[in-house]
Design a protein around this ligand. Structure first.
Ligand code: P6P
Length: 298
């Protein structure tokens, strides 16, 4: 945690100076996702990899910006990590909140078969965390002892515990979805979204971590389901869905791909995508019952 938090403090500083320095803009290359790589994506990837190597606690890293697993040369280290170093890259140049996401699993030890090491279901994570670089920079950490929020203090370059026990509030207020995909949604999903529309307010930033953090603190549900253009969804299972689903369930919420809880999915590949719905249990129950009713009625 300390290694990641220290690195996040460095990234915070770089983000505060974006536009003044040369960390903004595109590297004019495309990553394994087929997305244009921003300079900050690569800078953050290297800062976090260096920090994890220096910390000595992590053996292998799966990373959105690296096609293959990154071995840190410390095969006996106790953990492996899947990470999205900068989530929301399309928002970097327009001063909208972005984030970093990490899932932490035990090192199963058989590093020669990376698949077994990095591709473990989300329910076996020992911890998960994200950082939001927004109106302030916060780090939210979920582990066996619950969910805590830390706020970055630029005067001391450290994160201070600000919420010792984060739980989804009793009342759900928001739902988050990209209506631009509406035409590609299934009929049952459209019915579920119309239920949400009549009950909650729509909030959609276009940065997963920013949308997630608001929904966690204020009560909401986030949906990036499959549609005709994204039959497996858009978001990545190992370093976006799994860490946030782990945090959601520790905070009293629910997560689903539409077919099964996110944390139960048996991963096949490092960069595989999944439909993702997660957040307040009330809203999730509404969605799942609507999807299930249609299935049973079919
Ligand atoms: P869309 C950002 O590119 C991202 O990966 C997530 O942070 C965000 O939730 C999603 O894509 C937004 O996708 O298709 O609505 O622009």
């Amino acid at each position: 945690m300390i290694d990641i938090a220290d690195a996040a403090g460095v990234i915070h500083g770089k983000i505060q100076r974006l536009g003044l320095g040369d960390d903004i803009g595109s590297l004019e290359k495309v990553n394994v996702q087929g997305e244009e790589v921003q300079k900050l994506d690569e800078v953050a990837t290297q800062v976090f990899l260096d920090a994890l190597m220096k910390g000595g606690k992590v053996a292998v890293v799966g990373c959105e910006e690296r096609d293959d697993p990154v071995f840190l040369g410390q095969d006996q280290a106790p953990y492996v990590v899947n990470m999205d170093p900068i989530d929301g890259s399309s928002n970097i140049a327009v001063a909208v909140g972005i984030g970093s996401i990490f899932g932490i699993w035990p090192n199963a030890g058989n590093l020669e078969t990376t698949a077994d090491v990095l591709l473990s279901p989300g329910k076996y994570q020992v911890a998960a965390l994200y950082i939001v670089y927004g109106s302030n920079t916060v780090l939210v950490l979920a582990s066996a002892s619950g969910v805590r929020e830390f706020s970055f203090d630029p005067d001391t370059d450290s994160f201070i515990l600000t919420k010792p026990d984060v739980q989804l509030p009793q009342k759900c207020q928001y739902y988050s979805i990209n209506y631009g995909n509406w035409e590609g949604f299934s009929t049952s999903l459209k019915d579920a979204v119309l239920d949400l529309q009549t009950t909650y307010s729509l909030r959609y930033v276009g940065s997963l971590v920013a949308d997630f953090h608001r929904n966690l603190l204020k009560g909401g549900v986030f949906l990036y389901p499959e549609d005709v253009n994204n039959p497996s969804g858009k978001l990545r299972l190992m370093y976006e869905a799994n860490p946030l689903a782990f945090i959601t369930e520790k905070a009293g919420g629910l997560s689903s791909s539409g077919n099964e809880p996110i944390l139960n999915i048996a991963p096949r590949t490092l960069h595989q995508r999944t439909p993702l719905m997660l957040g307040h249990a009330t809203a999730m129950t509404t969605i799942m019952s609507r999807l299930k009713n249609t299935e049973t009625n079919q």
